[in-house]
Design a protein around this ligand. Structure first.
Ligand code: 5GP
Ligand code: ZN
Length: 114
């Protein structure tokens, strides 16, 4: 998708610290981390938001979670825990219109989130 910052990261046109990738999913560090570990997990294919995922591609979400679990394990977070966040829409705080899962850890997370 032209003009999409995460498509450009997936295409290697914008530099990012890539932690893991396969043919469908890319995991990279958030440029503005809100926790000691703050990574983003995206499908390589452009899908704007969680409500835009066609039923035929719903498995992508599972692959994204699986990739996050894998990177969290490698980063030593599995025993302490971590948080996945998927923002949607204005109230949900989604700023980048390419679906992404945040994975944050390395400190206790508060509840409820702000
Ligand atoms: P959202 O608010 O859309 O859920 O989160 C977007 C996230 O993308 C933010 O945490 C922001 O720091 C991150 N981000 C925005 N632009 C870039 C970028 O160019 N590179 C990386 N690595 N992260 C970005
Ligand atoms: Zn995109």
């Amino acid at each position: 998708m032209e003009g999409c910052i995460f498509c450009k990261i997936a295409a290697g046109q914008i530099r990012s610290k890539i932690l893991q990738e396969d043919e469908d999913v890319l995991v990279f560090e958030d440029v503005n981390p809100q926790a000691p570990v703050h990574i983003l997990i995206i499908p390589k294919e452009h899908i704007a938001t969680v409500v835009d995922i066609p039923e035929s591609k719903i498995g992508l979400l599972g692959k994204m979670v699986q990739a996050g679990v894998s990177v969290a394990r490698k980063k030593g977070l599995q025993s302490k825990g971590y948080r996945f966040v998927l923002n949607y829409g204005k109230d949900g705080g989604q700023l980048v219109q390419h679906i992404h899962l945040h994975l944050m850890g390395g400190r206790p997370m508060e509840w409820p989130p702000g």
